[in-house]
Design a protein around this ligand. Structure first.
Ligand SMILES: Nc1nc2c(c(=O)[nH]1)N[C@H]1C(S)=C(S)[C@@H](COP(=O)(O)OP(=O)(O)OC[C@H]3O[C@@H](n4cnc5c(=O)[nH]c(N)nc54)[C@H](O)[C@@H]3O)O[C@H]1N2
Ligand SMILES: Nc1nc2c(c(=O)[nH]1)N[C@H]1C(S)=C(S)[C@@H](COP(=O)(O)OP(=O)(O)OC[C@H]3O[C@@H](n4cnc5c(=O)[nH]c(N)nc54)[C@H](O)[C@@H]3O)O[C@H]1N2
Ligand SMILES: [Mo]
Length: 636
């Protein structure tokens, strides 16, 4: 029976056993895999619906009407590839290779399928994307403190007593991780603005006001230091700038902390004492750092586990193998011009992008400020090619649409950004479309390129990567997964130590110690657009039949606006306006409203990103700031 991997953009990267019987696909969690542990999440269990979906793209499309109108004609692969290649060649001749941008993200995280098309664009010396949509600010912040964003292996949780889920709704977004913590019997705490499903299942929930994580974390650090609860010998030996940090936090005004975070001093003291006593570790979320305050917040939180003696006492990212061979940046002859992901609309408006090739991503659902982006696309002469499984919003705005297949239809391997297992993905069947690497080879051929790296087979790339990383193909084939070996690690900061006083941050014009800054908008309510349980960003909206488009609002905020549960409301700001139903709940505090992120606007009529702002955290790698959005809500 073939092994598959769920290559979705998700922590868990589950190993699965798939089967095709009488033309029908079935999937189950691989019982041997230590993290998958034989079960799938509710959306993973419905993968056969996605695979067999009626609305999968079957033939390439060429636009015939206005952009976005949905007028296309069907064509065959030969014509479509020829058209794309001709336009690509012409754009490079007329406007230079940097006017071409490849826009891709983690719609599919298979090593080959994610990276292989980049070989073509590197070979052509095009502009590349500087990813900032997801976890960027935290990446930069953790590099400031530890020199790396790679934290602990979650399997090491079995030697721990306490895990804090900080700004992550793990029960929805990292279910296998949450179950691992449960299995190992850890005490579970959550720090969040909203009473999430994770908060409800935790032993303790610390509800703080949005953007005040810096103060909460510094408050905890102050108590730990003042009460002498920190690991003195560890800190003396391994921390750079402890004295400076100490002098900074002891001056922290607890009245300010209480007032801003909304948490009482006694509660913060309790957190600090128990966290130190139990040697807590922290899973630092991705969701909460997508704001203008996110980078500083991660910097402050990251200090806490080190204070109590952990070398890498956080979970954030995991990089087990070197995958760069698949991407082939060595094919470039000039350094890449990198375009910040969130600034796509700005570059299109300025006429700097003439050819856009999109795969593994649905930016017309997932990028902020959709009205601006869609207008930019409608009004520009940029030629857009989208390679996707479905006719997404992005595909709808494209000149050429190429049908992709699913991971059930090709060979690949996938690593995880959470655990240390590399899993094998064998094809089970072939229904429609072509893989990302197949399309790359066809395009290279049509462009008349004869470089052998553009024609390597998927298996050759996989075998080479395994070999480069000292992993066995035979073992992978036999078990369906393989554990990446542990390497000795140290802190890659300027001082070679954990930096509580960050020299790297100073280099970007930041304060050496994490600082609290208050952000306010023009409108009274803060809009949070977190992750939804049954989709992966925009994926499965059309196939799983489960989305939740409601606006969640606190009863007091609703009452002030004369809004009752189930009322239709208008949610608006300067970026846009949407209509939906209000749901009153005490899970959402006053001053906050919640809409789940990134559904298909072409099916729903709108999505949350018609409201979100496209300002970025500039000193944190131009990380996205979806949560730094303010709105007003009115009954209609
Ligand atoms: N089911 C499902 N799982 C997924 C995904 C999916 O779409 N669906 N997406 C995957 C991807 S791409 C990612 S990046 C991860 C995201 O995984 P998570 O990090 O869990 O994602 P979010 O729900 O966006 O954000 C987490 C929490 O941050 C909280 N938050 C917002 N602002 C603040 C704040 O100022 N302080 C604090 N402390 N908390 C705050 C929100 O209330 C939310 O509960 O999940 C992955 N897993
Ligand atoms: N408001 C708001 N917006 C957000 C966020 C938020 O918190 N709030 N979170 C952001 C985050 S964390 C992320 S990671 C981004 C994700 O944003 P995107 O990367 O745009 O994610 P998806 O919506 O998953 O789109 C992936 C697309 O890839 C396609 N696909 C899947 N497999 C394949 C394949 O094998 N080949 C090809 N060619 N295509 C394939 C899918 O059909 C889908 O259309 O969204 C961001 N958007
Ligand atoms: Mo993400």
């Amino acid at each position: 029976m073939p092994f598959s991997v769920c290559t979705r953009d998700c922590y868990d990267t589950c190993s699965m056993v798939s089967e095709l019987k009488n033309g029908k696909l079935s999937v189950r969690g691989n019982p041997e895999h230590p993290v998958t542990a034989g079960f799938l999440c509710p959306k993973g269990a419905l993968l056969p619906r996605w695979f067999h979906a009626e609305d999968r793209l079957k033939r390439p499309l060429v636009r015939t009407g206005e952009r976005g109108s949905g007028s296309f004609r069907e064509t065959n692969w030969e014509e479509a590839i020829e058209l794309v290649a001709r336009k690509l060649r012409k754009t490079i001749e007329e406007h230079g290779s940097e006017s071409v941008l490849v826009y891709q993200y983690a719609g599919d995280r298979g090593v080959v399928n994610y990276a292989f098309p980049l070989r073509l664009f590197h070979y052509l010396n095009t502009s590349m994307l500087d990813h900032g949509i997801c976890d960027r600010a935290g990446q930069e912040a953790l590099r400031d403190v530890y020199g790396t964003a790679v934290g602990m292996n979650p399997e090491e949780l079995k030697n721990q007593q306490l895990i804090v889920y900080w700004g992550i709704n793990a029960f929805w977004t990292n279910l296998h991780g949450f179950m691992l913590a449960r299995k190992y019997g850890l005490e579970i705490w959550t720090v969040d603005v909203v009473r999430t499903e994770t908060a409800k299942r935790s032993d303790r929930f610390f509800q703080i006001r949005s953007d005040t994580d810096v103060l909460f974390a510094l408050g905890v650090a102050k108590v730990i230091i003042e009460e002498g609860l920190y690991e003195e010998a560890f800190v003396r030996e391994n921390v750079y700038g402890f004295e400076e940090f100490k002098n900074y936090v002891i001056k922290l005004d607890f009245d300010l902390v209480e007032r801003e975070t909304g948490v009482k001093r006694e509660t913060i003291e309790e957190f600090a004492r128990k966290f130190a006593e139990k040697g807590g570790v922290i899973h630092i979320g991705y969701g909460f750092q997508r704001s203008l305050a996110g980078g500083e917040a991660v910097r402050a939180i990251a200090i806490l586990p080190a204070l109590i003696g952990h070398r890498f006492g956080f979970i954030y990212d995991m990089k087990t193998i070197d995958k760069s061979y698949a991407e082939g940046a060595f094919l470039r002859t000039r350094p890449a011009r990198r375009i910040p992901q969130i600034k796509l609309a700005e570059y299109i408006e300025r006429g700097e992008i003439k050819f856009l090739y999109v795969y593994n991503s649905n930016p017309l659902a997932s990028l902020p400020n959709q009205n601006r982006l869609r207008k930019a696309l409608r009004e520009s002469d940029v030629f857009v090619v989208t390679h996707d499984i479905f006719l997404t919003d992005t595909a709808l705005y494209s000149d050429v649409v190429l049908p992709a297949n699913t991971f059930f239809e090709r060979l690949d391997i996938a690593d995880s950004y959470y655990h240390r297992y590399i899993a094998l993905n064998k094809p089970v069947a072939r229904l429609h479309g072509k893989s990302n690497s197949e399309v790359t080879r066809l395009l290279a051929r049509a462009l008349g390129i004869d470089n052998p790296y553009l024609y390597e087979s998927d298996e050759e790339v996989i075998r080479k990567i395994l070999e480069l990383n000292g992993l066995s193909w035979e073992e992978l084939k036999a078990r369906g997964f393989i554990k990446a070996p542990k390497k000795p690690r140290t802190w890659e900061t300027p001082s070679g130590k954990i930096e509580f006083y960050s020299q790297r941050a100073v280099g970007r014009g930041l304060s050496p110690v994490p600082e609290y800054r208050k952000f306010e908008g023009k409108y009274p309510l803060r809009l949070l657009t977190p992750t939804y349980r049954m989709t992966i960003t925009s994926q499965y909206h059309n196939t799983h039949g489960m989305i939740d488009p409601n606006l969640y609002i606190n009863p007091s905020d609703a009452k002030e606006r004369d809004i009752e549960d189930g009322d239709t409301v208008k949610v608006f700001n300067d970026n846009g306006s949407i209509r939906t139903e209000a749901r009153l709940t005490e899970d959402v505090p006053r001053g906050i409203v919640v809409l789940y992120k990134a559904f298909w606007a072409r099916l729903l009529g709108w999505n949350a990103n018609f409201l979100t702002g496209d300002e970025t955290a500039e000193k944190y790698g131009n990380g996205s700031a979806y949560h730094s959005t303010w709105v007003e809500v009115k009954k209609v």
